[in-house]
Design a protein around this ligand. Structure first.
Ligand code: AMP
Length: 419
């Protein structure tokens, strides 16, 4: 189905053609007509499914039909969990809206950077505000932004918004919006808290469910490399040498590991930066610009910092530490192989990780070969899990074993007694 048949205007169809999208992704085919009809929409889709365009395109069309006013009333409010995601959503609106007869103004309102430039940019109003909740509330309190004329609210990555603890601030933002409005809720997962939010917010929504296998990014080769815990940096360096990867996103489990791995790579002469929540916004923006321009080869990141990142043409993702949840595994590998390009996702599996990686595979119906590279063969074995009473799990005798042993001992005694 071509984009033109979804009801989008020629200016929007030509803009997506210019960025090289040949056909809508499944989430776009399903959500765009529903958003254009003006009702509430509830979309379950993963990052990488093309969900940003699924709301940005129809909302731009709606905005183009509104009368022009000065100052511009905020008509679309997008709430996102991270600054990086907010910045990407803004740039999507700018890219897709390029050919519209009227230039739409989009402002990003996020914490971690100085308020003043955001207040300046909000002067004269904005058609679209993309925000994280806390800073938005700050600027509302300072009368820098008015949300009383919002026509459409988009909650992007609602599961992450709630798991990051934005629930209360979100409630306060919701209380500032007109009751009569369109609400679009996007989430990769629907745990009970997100379901409750959807039930409270959405009125007779159109439901769109995109199964993970329908991702816009099917071309990812996934590999599982067995390795000892202490050899992972060496293995990573080996992979960087052996593969012609222009850029690599390396995932680690903590801020500390991000700094530590980045330092070790840097000492080995590799152009690298780390990305995690403790860094200033300036440093994070610089790291992102550097990996996008190819000035650095490796970005070592934590999940939260990398959520929603779009690094065009990223050929490889490495799970130095495995993600905590199977869902995060999809989010991580979805950073590569985007927009129809191929990519590779390599997971390091230490002895401690065997069971967890098997769980990730089961959840995604995967069955990857376990590989060992020469010189990096895994030698460690998982430490047995100690039980509270000092026994060792798997080694404790069952009742049946004890009975069997007692019977064998008795039989042996009878046997020896008879000779
Ligand atoms: P998202 O799920 O919104 O983060 O989008 C994932 C990636 O898919 C982004 O890099 C988009 O530029 C790309 N994308 C979105 N829609 C399409 C499409 N119809 N065809 C190809 N790539 C797309």
């Amino acid at each position: 189905m071509p984009f033109a048949s979804l009801g989008l205007s020629p200016a929007l169809v030509s803009a997506v053609a210019r960025v090289g999208y040949e056909a809508p992704t499944p989430v776009q085919s399903a959500a765009i007509p529903a958003v254009l009809r003006g009702g509430d929409v509830w979309v379950q889709a993963e990052t990488g499914s093309g969900k940003t365009a699924a709301f940005a395109l129809p909302l731009l069309m709606m905005l183009a039909a509104q009368e022009e006013r000065a100052p511009r009333p905020v008509r679309v409010l997008v709430i996102a969990p991270t600054r990086e995601l907010a910045a990407q959503i803004e740039s999507a609106f700018a890219t897709y809206g390029r050919d519209l007869p009227r230039r739409m103004k989009t402002c990003v309102v996020v914490g971690g950077v100085s308020e003043n430039p955001q207040m300046m940019s909000l002067r004269g109003g904005a058609d679209v505000v993309v925000a994280t909740p806390g800073r938005l509330l700050d600027l509302v309190a300072k009368n820098a932004v008015n949300l009383s004329e919002v026509l459409t609210l988009v909650l992007d990555e609602a599961d992450r918004l709630l798991s990051l603890g934005f629930g209360e601030e979100l409630e306060r933002v919701l209380s500032l919006l007109p009751k009569k409005r369109q609400t679009l809720l996007f989430s990769a997962t629907f745990p009970p808290a997100v379901k409750a939010l959807a039930a409270a917010l959405l009125h007779e929504p159109t439901r769109v469910h995109i199964a993970p296998e329908e991702l816009a990014v099917p071309l990812i080769a996934q590999r599982a490399l067995l390795v000892d815990k202490g050899k992972r940096t060496l293995l990573l360096r080996h992979l960087l040498d052996a593969n012609a990867w222009s850029t690599v996103l390396v995932f680690v489990g903590s801020r500390h590991s991000a700094n530590h791995v980045a330092e070790k790579l840097s000492r080995a002469g590799i152009a690298v930066a780390s990305l995690h929540g403790e860094l200033s916004q300036g440093t994070r923006t610089q790291a992102l610009a550097d990996i996008q321009s190819g000035r650095i080869q490796v970005l070592v990141a934590t999940d939260v910092a990398a959520r929603g990142l779009d690094i065009p043409g990223l050929p490889a993702v490495v799970n130095y530490d495995l993600p905590r949840s199977p869902t995060d595994y999809l989010h991580r590998i979805g950073r590569t192989g985007r927009a129809g390009e191929s990519g590779v996702a390599v997971s390091f599996v230490t002895a401690e990780d065997d069971a967890h990686f098997a769980l990730i595979e089961r959840r995604h119906r995967l069955s990857l070969d376990r590989e060992e590279l020469p010189g990096f063969e895994r030698t460690e074995v998982a430490a047995p899990v100690a039980e509270p009473h000092g026994g060792v799990k798997g080694k404790r005798k069952s009742k049946k074993d004890k009975l069997r042993e007692a019977a064998a001992a008795a039989a042996a005694r009878r046997g020896s007694g008879g000779s």
